[in-house]
Every structure is written in structure tokens, then in C-alpha cells.
Design a protein around this ligand. Structure first.
Ligand code: COA
Length: 504
């Protein structure tokens, strides 16, 4: 790998350049690593690959803490090499998912804004090595991150050792868009001084204690592109329903056409929903989110979004090519922050975000499951959805009303795992319509959810369940012995449809 020493402006660090293999050799069995990387963006690649290579001849396990999911196949390679003891706070890789669900590794599914507090207070394993991707190191020893900030700044601050991986493939134009702010210790800290989406409150890089920089590795490799699917008919209809909801909020005087800063979750559905705003009347929009997916840049291109704050940028291949080659036209409209700040409940509440996240399933009272398939199998993790939902001006959850060709209803009598309780959920949306749950008691919520969100194939059995539940009474009526009967039917018959005549 060609060394580009100009990227190490702190000249006293220039003699610390090592190969990825040398750096990987420092990592010992049982250590805890704090790796940069957030939803496939800005992950450390060369040292990670070297670690996987080492695992071919040596047995070791490490704890892997990151910002969120890793790209560049790193989560897959780590899982397949069997080198992960404990992983937090989020992943989204099929092979790692399989290892987690097989019990081959531990996974801590954690609110993304909370991990920094655990590290600060020492509630989890101390970080032996922070290994972070960088564009460069400044004269005064600040690490300039690349396409994500994630948890890198907290890892660097608290790690015993630091390895910096300078990736010369990442766009240098990214220098200047980062805003690194440390909240300080709980009980002693000031309010976070962020009162608008476009405000800079910190430093342009991660301050680093040069003494602890053990090595610097060079690499030249693009981030791996996102894998989201293009909007389809159903996700377009979901977007239309959401836009109609916003219109009714404007009519009621609670929003203007500028709406409020938008947060949008990860995945195909959330991206499609934002995409739906392109042809709408809404303008001068602002985004305060964790990941910027393709849709935000499309909205900027369409002149709809004025400013976006994030902690990572994750794009499809063609969008990455376009955005990175024309980054000059976006750089004044973007700030990238640590995930503790992009997701901070204090800021979310102050700015009054509209938070749009995706549910795997929700129930007739409005509880949302975003993480566990049929209550036991981890999908990806809660990510930042809880950081945002509980404190947002509007906590909105979207999903298609059915999955797997109609064999699964995404609206069920009782969710098999609760990530967002009925108390945290304002509006649920499927392609059938939206249900505004604000101000409704549980039994009132059931009516609007069945009418507006449940797929017609599942409405009769939902009504039947609810009517039986009503005979039992209670504030939140249920027939407990049948609450998971739809999931049991899925496991036994391959469909949640309960009546034989409904089976296809
Ligand atoms: N039961 C079982 N599987 C379901 C399901 C359900 N109720 N609903 C959807 N699925 C499956 C889909 O069939 C699809 O499977 P496939 O990958 O085999 O095709 C998969 O889940 C993804 O669903 P999709 O409809 O394509 O949605 P998505 O890409 O938008 O992802 C989540 C949806 C919920 C998995 C994703 O948004 C997520 O992980 N969210 C939690 C974290 C989060 O919200 N982070 C953002 C905070 S800022």
C-alpha cells in the first residue's frame, strides 16, 4: 500500500506507519476493539481483513464495538471466522445474524446514542484498541473521519491504544463537514448547545492524544454501497399516506410546509418514504438523522432539502459515484456528527423531529417490534429508532401490511417482542393507510388500526380476536392463550392466515 505521508500532517506521527498485518498482530485474544463504521460507511477495512487472515492460523476471540453495522463484508468475515465474542450495538449482515441466532456469539442490541455513556462510565469492557478510518491527521493531532463518525470519537478518547487507518480512496472534500462534540460526564455536563440543524458546535476532527497512537495504516478502498431496493408500488403508496398525514397536520396548524426536521430510519421502506417527497409540495426541508441514504441527496438535487445533519452517509453504487464526484455542491449542506449527538434525546426533543422508522410488525394497540422475527430471531437491531421515537415531535412507524407474499401479517394481535411501546408510538402507516394514535385509548386505537392499516385478508381474523378479547375486559383486552396464535400458525402451517379457506 502506497504511503501518502502528506495525509499525516502531525509530522511526529509519520514514523508510526505500519502494515495492516503488523497492526493486527497487536490484537490479543479477549481484547475489546472499538471500530469505526456506521451502516456500511467509514469502516476500518485493512486491519479488519488482516485480523480475519490471522484467524486462519490462530484461535482468538475479541469483542467488537462499532458505531453500527459494518460494510466491506467485515461483519460477514468476522462471523465466518468465528472471532467475535460479543458484538454491539448494531449489525445487519446475514452471516452474522445467523451466528447470533445460533448462539455462536453474543449480541447486545443497544440504543445507538447510549453506547458512548457506557464507555464513558466504564459500564462495559474498556476499549483496548480504537481502530478508526480517517482521511488524514491534522498538524495538531486531530483525526479527520471519513464517511461516518459513529462512535469513533468516544472510542478514541477512551481507548488504551489507537490505530488510525488512513483511507486514500475516501473523498478528501469531506474534510470540514464533521462536527465533533463531547458531552462530558453525566451530572457535570452543560446542555448540548445545538438549537438548529445546521449549527456547528464542536471541532472539525477527533482530538487525539498522540502518545496513544500505536500505529497508522494506509489503505485505498471505497466503502461498500448500500443494498436498499428501489421504491416499489407499496412503498410509494405508504409515502403517499404519510404525505396526506402531513397535509392534515398542516391544515390543523401543527406543521407548516417546511414540516420539521426529518429523521428517517434505515432500509428500503424508510428510503422509499423520503423519496416520495420529491414530487410533493413540501420544501425547504431539513434532515436531522443518523444515516443519509440516497433519498436525501435526491431531495437535495430536487431543491427540496436545504440542510442535512447525520452521523454517516451510506449510498447505492451509482449515487455514491455521483455524490462523491460532485461533493462540492453538497458540502455546505451537510454536517456529520458523533452518533451520540445525531441521536441525542435532548436534541431530538428540542428540535422537535419527525421520526420515521420501520417496524417488522406492530400490534393492534400500537406496540412496535423492529428487531425480532417471531419474537426470538434477531434481524438487525433497534439501531437509533428508540433514540428518536421516544423523544420525537412525531414518532411514526411504517411497514408493508404483509410480508413474504402475504403469509405474514405485519399487524398482529400482540407483538412477539417490544422495541417501541404503545406509549412511544404516534402514527403507524402501511400501504392500507395511516392510523393516528395520538390521544386514543387502547380500545380506540384498535378500531383505527384494523380499519386503516391491517391488510383486508387479515381483517376478519383480527376482528374475531378482538371481539373475543373484549369479552374478557380490561384496559387493554387480550386473549392471552391466543395472543401469539398467528405466529404459531406461521411456524406450523407457513402462514398467519388461520382459516383453511383463506390458505392459498
Ligand atoms: N416477520 C418476518 N419477516 C419480516 C416481517 C415480519 N413481520 N416484515 C418484514 N420482514 C422481512 C421482509 O420480508 C424482508 O425479508 P428479506 O430480506 O428476506 O426480503 C426483511 O424483513 C426486510 O424487510 P423490508 O420490507 O425489505 O424492509 P426494510 O429493508 O425497510 O427493513 C427493518 C425493515 C425493520 C428490518 C429495518 O428497518 C430495521 O432493521 N430496522 C430497525 C433499526 C432501525 O429502525 N434503525 C433506524 C434508526 S435511525
Amino acid at each position: 500500500m502506497e504511503k501518502n505521508l502528506e495525509r499525516i500532517k502531525a509530522t511526529e506521527l509519520q514514523n508510526r506507519v505500519v502494515t495492516a498485518q503488523e497492526a493486527a498482530a497487536w490484537i490479543q485474544d479477549g481484547m475489546t476493539l472499538g471500530l469505526s463504521g456506521f451502516t456500511r460507511a467509514g469502516d476500518v477495512k485493512a486491519v479488519s481483513y488482516a485480523l480475519v487472515e490471522r484467524a486462519k492460523t490462530e484461535n482468538f476471540k475479541v469483542n467488537v464495538f462499532t458505531g453500527a453495522s459494518l460494510g466491506s463484508d467485515v461483519d460477514r468475515l468476522f462471523a465466518e471466522a468465528g472471532i467475535v465474542n460479543k458484538r454491539l450495538p448494531f449489525q445487519a449482515d446475514p452471516a452474522m445474524r445467523k451466528a447470533i441466532n445460533a448462539g455462536d456469539m453474543y449480541f447486545l442490541d443497544h440504543h445507538l446514542s447510549h453506547t458512548a455513556e457506557w464507555i464513558r462510565t466504564g459500564a462495559i469492557e474498556p476499549i483496548d484498541f480504537a481502530i478508526v478510518e480517517a482521511l488524514s491527521i491534522t498538524e495538531d493531532g486531530m483525526i479527520i473521519p471519513t464517511t461516518s463518525v459513529g462512535n469513533s470519537s468516544i472510542f478514541v478518547k477512551h481507548a488504551r491504544n489507537i490505530i488510525v487507518e488512513i483511507n486514500t480512496a475516501q473523498p478528501e472534500l469531506f474534510e470540514g463537514i464533521h462536527d465533533i462534540y463531547d458531552t462530558g460526564t453525566q451530572g457535570e455536563r452543560d446542555p448540548i448547545p445545538l438549537t438548529s440543524v445546521d449549527q456547528l458546535i464542536g471541532t472539525k476532527g477527533i482530538p487525539v492524544d498522540m502518545e496513544r497512537v500505536r500505529g497508522i495504516v494506509f489503505n485505498h478502498q471505497d466503502d461498500s454501497p448500500s443494498t436498499i431496493m428501489a421504491p416499489d408500488l407499496e412503498t410509494k403508496v405508504i409515502a403517499d399516506h404519510l404525505l396526506n398525514f402531513f397535509r392534515s397536520e398542516i391544515e390543523a396548524g401543527r406543521l407548516t410546509e417546511k414540516l420539521a426536521p426529518l429523521q428517517s430510519g434505515i432500509g428500503t421502506v424508510a428510503n422509499a418514504v423520503l423519496h416520495g417527497m420529491i414530487d410533493s409540495e413540501f420544501e425547504h426541508l431539513e434532515v436531522y438523522s443518523e444515516v443519509l441514504q440516497d433519498a436525501v441527496f435526491d431531495l437535495m438535487d430536487a431543491g427540496k432539502v436545504d440542510f442535512a445533519s447525520c452521523c454517516s452517509i451510506t449510498l447505492s453504487e451509482p449515487k455514491m459515484e455521483q455524490v462523491f464526484s460532485e461533493f462540492d455542491q453538497y458540502r455546505d449542506k451537510i454536517i456529520m456528527r458523533p452518533q451520540e449527538i445525531s441521536n441525542h434525546p435532548e436534541v431530538v426533543r428540542r428540535l422537535g423531529l419527525i421520526a420515521i422508522n420501520t417496524a417488522l410488525e406492530f400490534d393492534m394497540y400500537g406496540n412496535v417490534n423492529s428487531t425480532h422475527v417471531s419474537g426470538t430471531k434477531m434481524m438487525n437491531g433497534i439501531g437509533g429508532s428508540g433514540d428518536f421515537a421516544r423523544n420525537a415531535r412525531l414518532a411514526i412507524f411504517v411497514t408493508k401490511s404483509t410480508a413474504k407474499d402475504g403469509k405474514i401479517s405485519s399487524v398482529v394481535p400482540f407483538v412477539t417482542h417490544v422495541d417501541h411501546t404503545e406509549h412511544d408510538v404516534d402514527v403507524v402507516v402501511t400501504e392500507q393507510g395511516y392510523a393516528d394514535l395520538r390521544g386514543l385509548a387502547p380500545r380506540q386505537r384498535v378500531e383505527v388500526i384494523i380499519e386503516n392499516c391491517v391488510h383486508p385478508d387479515y381483517r376478519p381474523q383480527m376482528r374475531e380476536y378482538y371481539e373475543e378479547a373484549l369479552t374478557r375486559g380490561g384496559q387493554t383486552p387480550h386473549v392471552l392463550e391466543k395472543a401469539f396464535s398467528w405466529h404459531e400458525s406461521l411456524a406450523q402451517n407457513g402462514t398467519m392466515l388461520l382459516k383453511k379457506e383463506q390458505l392459498v
